[in-house]
Design a protein around this ligand. Structure first.
Ligand SMILES: *Cc1c(COP(=O)(O)O)cnc(C)c1O
Length: 231
């Protein structure tokens, strides 16, 4: 188990390096977030032993349990799932990053609940670049206003934008959606924000995302294997 995890992690690192090289970007220009949702603490331990430090979780309860189980490790915790307002406190206390800010109310609560002893919480605004009704994320037309409001909150540090494109094998369609996120980042930076992060790309499409400027790819199944939601 541990061996196959380490070889899968190594393969993902090689894919990421190759994607950066193919895009003419520096090695390491896109960082790897290991998305560990539904996998036990031991799986994270195994990835940690291979040098992985940044882990992404989607469910608040699971984030809390893993933070407690792995308290001795120097993990950088990223919360990447939909966030309800009654669950923000745990995330404000535990996470180093939140990628899934899609409305101001959630950001305000995270800012208010971020403990004083911790540095500002790094956040990304999630944008629904595909326009599918079922997707979370703010509408692209609302992203600039939301980003400006989030950037003004005292205990948050707005780092960039995140998207989950529609699931499609059509690489050109995917690329256009990633490019839309990058276009929004450019626009906001031209207005004076300093966004250094584009959180985009997953197991199936990280190469396309890196070609379009991803600085952080969120990879789950290619590292940990297929998820079993039944438990
Ligand atoms: C689960 C998840 C991922 C990882 O997806 P894989 O296809 O397993 O790589 C990335 N981002 C978000 C927001 C997720 O929920």
């Amino acid at each position: 188990m541990t061996d196959s995890l380490s070889s899968r992690l190594q393969q993902v690192r090689l894919r990421l390096d190759a994607a950066c090289a193919a895009a003419g970007r520096a090695p390491g220009a896109a960082a790897l977030l290991a998305v560990s949702k539904t996998f036990p603490a031991d799986a994270l331990r195994a990835a940690y032993a291979c040098g992985q430090r940044a882990f992404g979780e989607n469910y608040v309860q699971e984030l809390q349990q893993k933070c407690e189980a792995l308290a001795g490790l120097e993990i950088e915790w990223h919360f990447i799932g939909p966030l309800q307002s009654n669950k923000t406190r745990i995330v404000a206390e535990r996470a180093h990053w939140v990628h899934s800010i899609d409305r101001l109310k959630i950001a305000e609560r995270l800012s208010a609940q971020r403990p004083d002893g911790l540095p500002a919480l790094n956040v990304c605004v999630q944008v629904n670049v595909s326009g599918e009704d079922s997707k979370s994320g703010c509408a692209p037309e609302e992203a600039a206003a939301l980003a400006r409001a989030v950037a003004a909150l005292p205990r948050l540090r707005l780092r960039g934008l995140m998207c989950i494109p529609e699931p499609t094998e059509d690489t050109a369609r995917l690329a256009a959606q990633f490019a839309r996120l990058r276009g929004l980042q450019r626009q906001l930076n031209a207005e004076g924000l300093a966004l250094d992060t584009l959180s985009m790309g997953m197991s199936a499409d990280l190469e396309t995302a890196v070609a379009e400027g991803a600085t952080l790819v969120r990879v789950g199944s290619a590292i940990f294997g297929q998820r079993d939601y039944q438990h």
